[in-house]
Design a protein around this ligand. Structure first.
Ligand SMILES: Nc1ncnc2c1ncn2[C@@H]1O[C@H](COP(=O)(O)OP(=O)(O)OP(=O)(O)O)[C@@H](O)[C@H]1O
Length: 252
């Protein structure tokens, strides 16, 4: 079904099937988003294949969150034009877990779903939190809360997972563990993923493709053709990192 807001057309592909007419999970065509007549996304085009993991890098203010929010169907008061085709079943994970403090962990995971306790338990087990179903969110560490947020997303079997710096608030060691977990979950569930991150190494470790946004346009794109697990010690990893840093305007 297509909806129109100003010059923007949003089409949602149904949960079953979940791809566009061209067999992609996401299509963005000629997307313009403006605040106060200032274009934040500037005639942007992007496609994401089913099951593809795309990481999005860019300087602060380059438009990363604006793109993610557009795909999530949030912020339709922003003026804009272009065409978006996204799956109906989209899940979003943010930097903070956004768990409801008054609901126990399992309730948070299955909130809004019907008869889903067993699936919720399975999802919690998948993220390493079996046995913590009855805990309150404030009894969990920051990393554990993000695990619950991932379980809450994946129990819905999204065709598209949008993640806006989901590990940005975690310590370095927890972040590395979350990388391993996210890769494993994505291999098992195969959603298309768009991950916004500031961390170049994180993007190379996790993604099939890394794109760099600058002033609302895609200025670089790297397909990460390295076997997993990927090591920053690998010279090919280092070469990709150098090219991405270059696109971000950081010269070493
Ligand atoms: N609600 C708003 N009203 C006015 N301007 C906004 C609004 N939201 C975002 N902007 C502007 O749009 C631009 C892009 O913002 P966006 O949050 O997409 O950047 P970003 O790349 O995600 O940045 P960061 O890495 O710092 O999170 C910024 O210049 C920002 O000031």
């Amino acid at each position: 079904m297509a909806t129109h807001t100003g010059g923007l057309t949003l089409t949602r592909t149904p949960a079953s099937g979940g791809t566009t007419a061209h067999g992609t999970a996401v299509e963005v065509r000629n997307l313009v988003r403006s605040y106060d007549d200032r274009a934040v996304l500037d005639e942007l085009d992007l496609t994401i294949a089913p099951g593809e993991f795309v990481a999005l890098l860019g300087k602060s203010g380059s438009g990363k969150s604006t793109l993610l929010r557009a795909l999530a169907g949030l912020d339709y008061d922003v003026s804009g034009s272009g065409e978006l085709v996204v799956p109906e079943n989209v899940s979003v994970v943010f930097q903070d877990s956004r768990l409801l403090p008054w609901a126990r962990v399992l309730e948070n995971v299955v909130l809004g779903l019907h008869s889903a306790d067993e699936r919720g338990r399975q999802s919690l087990a998948e993220v390493g939190l079996a046995g913590r179903e009855k805990a309150w969110p404030n009894e969990l560490s920051g990393g554990e809360q993000q695990r619950v947020a991932l379980a809450r997303s994946l129990v819905r079997e999204p065709a598209l997972l949008l993640a806006d710096e989901p590990f940005g608030a975690l310590d370095a060691l927890t972040r590395l563990k979350m990388h391993v977990l996210l890769r494993k979950l994505c291999e098992a569930h195969q959603p298309a993923v768009l991950l916004v991150t500031h961390d170049v190494d994180e993007s190379i470790v996790l993604a099939d493709r890394v794109i760099v946004l600058d002033e609302g346009r895609i200025v670089a794109e790297e397909y990460i053709d390295l076997s997993t697990p990927r090591s920053p010690a690998d010279p090919r990893f280092a070469a990709v990192r150098t090219r991405l840093l270059d696109a971000l305007g950081v010269s070493l």
